[in-house]
Design a protein around this ligand. Structure first.
Ligand code: FAD
Length: 291
């Protein structure tokens, strides 16, 4: 089913994000996680795409297995900077041929291990061009999501810039958006308010990152420009080498964050699961009655 339609029908969406594992053990673990999380009846799940197209076949295979064997609505992430338009159309045509109807259209980043990386001639420079390409070639066949950044993308000089180019992606045909992780809901509320004033009215689903490994999330957060509140740093740093303590605080924090978001009428919650189910399951249990 198309996520754009599901969001309209369901009113509130819960979704989970996975990445394609590199090893057979990782794959086994992922499908166990998906089996556990399926019990929560998510609106959809999504599978990331490696920088520079590095997971092209693995992403496709995981998406296909979820669609055909697990029976959940699935969205394939697709990044455009490392592909020609012809390659992108081939990838999309292939997804269409196996019945995939949802794409998260992204620009992607230059792969960090490829210092001499050059985009191919005529590649899409920004995600907006990928959204346009999808609409030109496939009309309304795909429901298209795009990324958004409540604290601003690291390359955006200010929030006016951020909103201006986010709006371009929406006008190009995006049906909904999923945000970068954030830990202070005020960034999300301010962002949505600015978007509404700018005439952007697609659902903007908050991306939730439950912290179970503080050192790792500190690194992710600094790379993508997400601020970790000082009060949370103060609680996490003294226990950062104690995984059980970190997970306990992380789950408690994410539960409160989600409660506040739900009370403020968000269209859904998108959990970055890192292919594990425990934190998401516990948060979901804590939210019982609210969703
Ligand atoms: P864009 O929307 O193209 O924006 C990138 C920057 O360019 C922004 O600063 C924007 O303001 C600016 N910009 C846009 N248009 C113009 C213009 N015409 N002129 C000047 N500046 C412009 N990465 C992956 O590699 N794989 C994934 O699976 C993946 N999944 C993600 C899922 C979510 C929910 C999010 C939030 C991010 C994800 N990313 C993923 C990361 C993403 O690829 C990076 O953040 C990337 O740097 C930007 O992608 P974008 O689609 O937001 O780019």
């Amino acid at each position: 089913m198309k996520i754009g339609d599901l969001l309209k029908e369901r009113g509130f969406s819960v979704s989970f994000e996975f990445f394609p594992p590199k090893t057979p053990e990782g794959e086994k673990q992922l499908f166990e996680t998906i089996g556990e999380l399926k019990k929560l009846k998510p609106t959809f799940v999504s599978v990331t795409y490696g920088a520079g197209g590095s997971t092209r076949d693995r992403t496709r295979e995981i998406v296909r297995r979820i669609h055909e064997n697990v029976g959940l609505t699935v969205m394939a992430h697709l990044t455009c900077i490392a592909h020609t338009k012809e390659e992108l159309v081939d990838i999309l045509r292939d997804y269409k041929s196996i019945g995939i109807e949802n794409i998260l259209a992204l620009r992607g980043d230059v792969p960090r291990d490829k210092l001499d990386f050059r985009s191919p001639q005529g590649a899409c420079k920004y995600a907006k061009e990928l959204v346009e390409l999808i609409r030109e070639e496939f009309g309304d066949y795909f429901s298209v999501g795009v990324a958004s950044y409540p604290e601003g993308h690291p390359e955006s000089p200010n929030m006016e810039w951020e909103i201006r180019f986010f709006k371009e992606k929406v006008l190009a045909g995006a049906d909904f958006s999923i945000t970068q992780m954030f830990f202070d809901n005020r960034y999300y509320y301010n962002f949505v308010e600015r978007c509404t004033k700018a005439g952007i009215n697609i659902p903007i689903i908050p991306g939730i990152m439950p912290i179970t490994n503080f050192k790792q999330i500190k690194k992710f957060a600094s790379m993508c420009g997400a601020t970790i509140p000082q009060s949370l740093i103060d609680r996490m740093e003294p226990v950062e080498d104690k995984p059980e303590e970190v997970a306990r605080i992380g789950i408690e924090f994410a539960t409160k964050q989600c409660e506040d978001l739900i009370r403020n009428g968000v269209p859904g919650l998108h959990f970055y699961t890192l292919n594990r189910s425990r934190a998401t399951l516990e948060i979901y249990k804590n939210l019982k009655g609210l969703i």
